[in-house]
Design a protein. Sequence first.
Length: 203
Amino acid sequence: MTGNIYALIRVSTEEQNEARQLITMTNLGIQKKNIVIEKESGKSTVRAKYHKLVKQLKAGDTLYMENIDRLSRDYDGIIREWSKLSDKGVSLKVLDTPLLDTDLAGNDLLSKFIRDILLRIIAFQAESEWQKIKYRQAQGIAVAKASGKQFGRPKSIVTERQIKIVRQYLNRDISLSTALALLNIKKSAFYQLCRTVSGIHKK
């Protein structure tokens, strides 16, 4: 292998932990500065870190990933990103499916054909699994809603003291700085409280 060696680590949410993938990549001897970690859904069109990495990669570089759904979560996205990187001359290494590695000695037409079929099968499986997960999540949410479970942030309860201070401010009996100090909240939160109290007052 020539060029620089990189690794792509992706987890779908901030709550998920990338530690396991990071340990795997560092054990391969990949420098931490060349390990790109993104906490972004593979379906996202933003993925700033990934797109920056793609621009940085050049012919002769090698990119490691745990599996191909690090590239995307849908079939078309996986095939598109794989082709884009391959066309740049980047060697792709897939840890859970070494047969997909593009730097294999067998680079004849038959080997390429077999890899292409395998890539499409695994890409299909990746999107199929993602669709199943989303379907199960939707079912779970529907059942929870039917049983009366509330989603989102719970509504905050406005106290009598808060109402009193807001009304004093609105009546210009006290200044904004005094109101903020008394309630010990930020200006944005205070203005939201004012809107809430005004709504209560109108009811």
